[in-house]
Design a protein around this ligand. Structure first.
Ligand SMILES: Nc1nc2c(ncn2[C@@H]2O[C@H](COP(=O)(O)OP(=O)(O)OP(=O)(O)O)[C@@H](O)[C@H]2O)c(=O)[nH]1
Length: 425
């Protein structure tokens, strides 16, 4: 968990902050009441401190000296203050604070905590800034880095497309309008052929034009448009709003791919992603195996301990499969069955891995309401197919089921592959 320094001298305010931080538990707080205490905390934790929330007026630093101190150590700093005049606000923003929060009760501290959480998440958000003017590009890059985004740069539309193709995880592109070779407007039009709005956020920027340019950018497919020179707060409100919208869509998409009860992927997603991964493996001549895992005597669990216990056992087994086999695609097929696509493993190695997984699961019983419930499973593991393409994948699944049925017919608690030495006889 990231460590965040919180400096506040008022015990009443500190109590509320501690309550909010505990409730949200988004980071590990390190508390201090004075500049001297803050320095001691920083000396102890050093570069482990991810960000700071600091009060402007402390007993030993009454004029915001702590802000200069944390900023001099390049610690992203959020200012907490009782009151603000606009000149002070401007000067602090110009110094490079992340944001300021006026102390107006728990909602303002919740805002500050969520802002820190946003900074933590931003570390994994890649952003591409496209501008032919080095000065202007550096300003935007600096602002985005202040909010901990991973930033890449391009000096025109042509270079931007190249950078995007080389970095498929870029989530946001901020582009100027007037650039040589390919301007921002053309860039948006070109990109929207390949990337929809929920995959890649595009924000246009320009000091030129009037509302007409904004409308043209948005009609061409930009998510938003910001006019230069920027108002610091408007800039970040819009950037954050756009990133959060895409994250929300990703969450909805992810929820549709997951099994509601166990949290692992569902069969629909398995057939979509599994097919893609398997076809890619076939193309590269990479070995791959597909396992169908079926829990043994699961009816007994329900009949002995009740359906609620059965549900809990199912969830625990699913989570253990998902965590232990996290290199592979794991999904709940249906009922007490799971699929695993093991790209990169021969049938023999896949069988050995699933066998070890079975031993692990049976050696640590699931726990429900104080009862230890032993779980065993059988699995069929297939690698061989005659057909190609989608039909080949369906054949692979069917072959894995055939192996599974052989394992069940032989009494269960067994793994059978389709490249068993017995097959060769
Ligand atoms: N509680 C609970 N039960 C489930 C869930 N999914 C499947 N089941 C039950 O699992 C049981 C599976 O029964 P069977 O198909 O006879 O299989 P089995 O008892 O595991 O026997 P074998 O597969 O032959 O070892 C059924 O009673 C299902 O209702 C679930 O999510 N929760």
């Amino acid at each position: 968990m990231k460590k965040v320094l919180i400096v506040e001298d008022s015990s009443m305010v500190m109590r509320v902050i501690k309550h909010v931080v505990k409730q949200t538990s988004l980071f590990q707080p390190l508390y201090a009441e004075t500049l001297a205490e803050a320095k001691a905390v920083i000396a102890e934790h050093g570069s482990d401190i991810f960000a700071a929330m600091v009060d402007l007026s402390l007993p030993d630093a009454p004029n915001g000296e702590i802000v200069d101190y944390t900023l001099s150590l390049k610690i992203p700093t959020i200012v907490l203050t009782g009151s603000f005049d606009s000149a002070r606000r401007e000067s602090l923003l110009a110094k490079g604070i992340v944001d300021y929060v006026t102390k107006e009760g728990r909602f303002s501290y919740l805002y500050a905590c969520n802002l820190v959480h946003r900074l933590i998440k931003n570390e994994s958000v890649q952003v591409l800034v496209v501008d032919d003017s080095l000065t202007s590009r550096k300003i935007i890059v600096g602002m985005m880095k202040l909010h901990r985004y991973q930033v890449l740069e391009a000096k025109d539309g042509v270079e931007a497309i190249k950078v995007l193709l080389d970095n498929p995880s870029i989530k946001m592109l901020i582009t100027d309008y007037n650039m040589p070779r390919m301007d921002g407007f053309e860039l948006v039009q070109n990109l929207r052929v390949k990337y929809v709005k929920s995959e890649l956020v595009i924000v246009g920027i320009s000091s030129e034009g009037d509302g007409h340019l904004t409308a043209r950018f948005i009609k061409a497919g930009a998510n938003d448009f910001i006019k230069k020179p920027f108002n610091h707060e408007e800039f970040f409100c819009r950037i954050t709003h756009n990133v959060e919208q895409v994250e929300m869509i990703e969450q909805i998409r992810d929820a549709a791919r997951r099994d509601y009860y166990t949290g692992v992927y569902n069969r629909y997603y398995f057939f979509e992603k599994g097919l893609q991964d398997w076809l890619a493996a076939q193309e590269k001549n990479t070995p791959a195996a597909l396992a169908v895992i079926d829990l043994d005597n699961f009816k007994y669990v329900n009949e002995t301990f009740g359906n609620e216990a059965g549900d809990a056992v199912m969830q625990q087994v699913a989570q253990r499969l998902d965590h232990t086999l996290d290199r592979f695609l794991v999904a709940r097929a249906d009922g007490q069955e799971f699929y695993v696509l093991l790209v990169g493993l021969s049938n023999e190695k896949a069988c050995a891995l699933i066998e070890r997984m079975g031993q692990l699961i049976s050696s640590e019983p699931a726990v429900w309401d104080g009862h230890k419930i032993a779980v065993r499973f059988s699995a069929g593991v297939a690698s061989r197919v005659e057909k190609t393409g989608e039909d080949g994948f369906d054949e692979l699944v069917n072959n894995a089921y055939q192996c599974l049925h052989r394992a069940k017919d032989a009494g269960g608690d067994m793994i059978i592959g389709d490249e068993d030495p017995a097959d060769e006889e």
